[in-house]
Design a binder for this molecule. Structure first.
Ligand code: NAP
Ligand code: ZN
Length: 342
């Protein structure tokens, strides 16, 4: 079968590999669609730890073609979406329910072979069935949506709340939709590209701001801003210093800031601790998808979250190394590697 292998840092190739065989607890899944994520670019450049050689791809869905003897509750021909993050279940973090902080965390597509291939092995506890009636491309959104769901859960958005989302990539645009779904009546997206601001408003943002048009904090939380005094919840989804620095200043006193965006390890930002203390802000990190994959799959299956509008381009596996090897094109939200008719 074909697979896209990270042979070593900086070296990504599509080549023939042996088709894997499922162990007793595994599903053999024929991949239909697998999303390209910023993390794949970080893995290629060695900015995120991985153990090459490995097949990348952690946002996948596909059809069960074979399964091990111990697998229960699945049938051949069903479609599944994979939760790539595998916890050990035994370490102190797992035992405390913090499975995303597992000390022995492994991930499909990062530390073991993933979904940029004709087939992927998925342990049964990582697989969640989704309807065959759904376009397969939609299944590839369950993983990023599950991460956003964790962030929105942590934010504890109340009905009628005001929310700012910083960064209009796929994470920001999913978060905008989840914030509305959670009951926020004001959802403001800040992102530089006009096309993404327009898309956000189509997807439920009540307003959007252009960071190039002036100070974002003034535009939103200033005396003549959209929500003078700041919003209940800020969700940072850009992963750049500028937006992280804005996040605490955009929250109202007693408000909540959730950091979903990933900055490079070692990077620093300027935040005024006095501001966090004096205005008693709740500042939280949100890492991956603890126990949220099933709900994400249900939201995608029900069509409650619009993922179709987030698909910018569908490409073949052979085209993927060049796409991952270059920065995202202007206006591009999600690029999917698809096989067959997906
Ligand atoms: P992305 O497409 O790179 O999205 C980031 C967006 O932020 C860009 O599209 C960009 O859009 C916008 N941006 C950049 N600078 C900005 C600025 N100064 N002000 C406002 N917006 C700005 O990536 P993504 O896939 O959506 O992911 C977003 C972040 O979440 C990444 O850091 C990713 O690593 C992280 N992530 C975290 C988790 C987790 O579990 N916590 C899971 C998945 C991804 P414009 O060009 O329109 O400004
Ligand atoms: Zn563990």
């Amino acid at each position: 079968m074909k697979a896209m292998r990270l042979e070593s840092i900086g070296n990504l190739v599509v080549r023939e590999v042996e088709q894997p065989a499922p162990g007793p607890d595994d599903l053999l899944v024929r991949v239909e669609a697998c999303g390209i994520c910023g993390t794949d670019r970080h893995l290629l450049h060695g900015e995120f730890p991985s153990t090459p050689p490995v097949t990348l791809g952690h946002e996948f869905c596909g059809i069960i073609e074979a399964m091990g003897a111990e697998v229960k509750g699945f049938r051949l021909g069903a479609r599944i979406t994979g939760d790539p993050n595998i916890c050990c279940g035994r370490c102190p973090q797992c035992q405390a329910g913090r499975v995303n902080l597992c000390r022995n965390l492994k991930a499909i597509g990062i530390s073991r072979d993933g979904g940029f291939a004709d087939y992927v092995i998925v342990p049964q506890k990582q697989a969640f069935e989704i309807p065959l009636a759904l376009p397969a491309t939609h299944g590839a959104f369950c993983e990023p949506l599950a991460c956003c769901l964790h962030g929105v859960d942590l934010a504890e958005i109340k009905a009628g709340a005001s929310v700012v989302v910083l960064g209009g990539g796929v994470i920001g645009l999913l978060t905008v939709q989840l914030a509305r779904l959670a009951g926020a009546t004001t959802v403001i997206l800040s992102t530089r590209q006009q096309a993404k601001r327009k898309l956000a408003e189509e997807l439920g943002a009540t307003a959007s701001v252009d960071p190039s048009a002036g100070d974002v904090v003034e535009q939103i939380a200033g005396a003549r801003g959209l929500v003078p005094g700041g919003v209940d919840v800020v969700i940072e989804c850009a992963g750049v210093a500028e937006t992280v620095e804005q996040s605490t200043r955009l929250a109202r006193a007693g408000g909540t800031v959730v950091i979903l965006g990933v900055m490079a390890q070692g990077d620093k930002v300027r935040i005024e601790p006095f501001d966090i203390l004096f205005r008693e802000l709740r500042v939280l990190g949100s890492f991956i998808n603890p126990f949220t994959h099933r709900r994400a799959a249900d939201l995608v299956a029900a069509g409650t979250i619009n993922v179709e509008k987030l698909i910018s381009r569908k490409i073949t596996l052979d085209e993927a190394p060049a796409v991952i090897g270059s920065p995202p094109a202007a206006g591009e939200v999600k690029v999917l590697v698809v096989t067959g008719g997906a």
